[in-house]
Design a protein around this ligand. Sequence first.
Ligand code: ATP
Ligand code: MG
Length: 447
Amino acid sequence: MAYLTKAPRGTADVLPDESYKLRFIEKTVGDAAELFGFKEIRTPVFEHTELFQRGIGDTTDVVQKEMYTFEDKGNRSITLRPEGTAGAVRAFLEHGLFNEPLPQKYYYLTSCYRYEKPQSGRLREFHQFGVETFGSETPAQDAEVIALAKHIFDIFDLTNISLEINSIGCPECRGTFQKALKEYFEARKNELCETCLGRLERNPMRILDCKSPVCSEIASGAPKVLDYLCGECDTHFASVQKYLRAMDIPFTVNPTIVRGLDYYTKTVFEFLSSSLGAQSAVCAGGRYDGLVSELGGNPTPACGFGMGIERLKMILEAEGKVLLEDEKPDLYIAPANSDYSFEAMRITDALRKEGVSVLTDVSGRSLKAQMKFADKKKAMFTMVLGEDEIKTGKLKVKNMNTGETAELELNNITESFSKLLITTKLTGDVNSEKSILNLTLLDGGKK
Ligand code: ATP
Ligand code: MG
């Protein structure tokens, strides 16, 4: 039964010594999305399998090899979401959100499921921050979406990230391109992998995305999509680049990016980091003007991206950039013995209502053991509550970083401790750039 204490392959627990970093990352990306006018959307973790088959495309690796699909007890084919876009489009259609002022701009933070070979930066359950916009076909919209991803990397001060863009055209110009591709790959048919042989018939562009070394070697000499763009797609792509330059967003054009998903049109892009090794893409997206109608809606232009949260965290750590420290308790209140536990709990509760993070004894520990515990938890202040304190109405509060003590009145302890805490945080030894960041980014509503 050893497997009972072992999580399934490709999944990861997030323990308290790591979860605060993710909370910080998630809050930061969510706030950035809100700043850009995106609103949060939450969709179910599973959908009808057909939604992904139609929405992602059944010639893609995701649909062909990676989906977690099962039959439920009502004999429906259900799939755990491998990505967030299809569900967002379904919700957009189901709730008639196309009747709202356009463009509609959504973001989400969700778990995704793909049956892949687990390795560094590649999990079977992973998390994505994604954005989608519906209803604008202009290059400005593509550029705004790219600018949001760039803004996030800038907030984290990540300089080691590069942006690569391409255009894969519209169904019209892609027709001629697909024909040229087919001819090219047809000539080297006997070298292609099994999967790509199937793609050759149904969607030769997918071969460009194949990860097998032989196929990608052959793909490197294939015709380039940029040479086949129609006038409109060409102008659109040039204009996206002009917007990026206007916002000082550096990029390179990489004509080999085609993305793994069938619904992309025109702009496609990836943000890559050299800190990620083989799994170098941290964010990938583009325009998918064909998807909404593919899923039964009126033709609606759309674009967005998906950003891998685990990969973002890996980059931040590789570059030593997780600025946030785990939140430490502001105060530990130690009852001298169990008689004072009630008063300690009352003060703890009152201070918590003021937004102060307080710990007190809930284990029946001796005073000495409590002090050890407070030290381990790195409480900023401690105070002891016993016979003397109750008698005199005076409490000694000790700053654990400096060793200094202050005397506060028991009858207005909530107010006076809150004041002491603010002054210490703003002027004391914790007044580093780091804690200012903590205060401004995370403790927005907190004193
Ligand atoms: P890759 O080329 O690495 O397989 P992909 O093209 O399959 O990526 P997308 O479907 O575009 O990736 O997903 C967007 C982002 O989600 C990726 O850029 C990556 O950061 C992250 N991601 C994708 N698959 C995984 C996974 N199995 N584990 C962790 N993160 C992932
Ligand atoms: Mg993949």
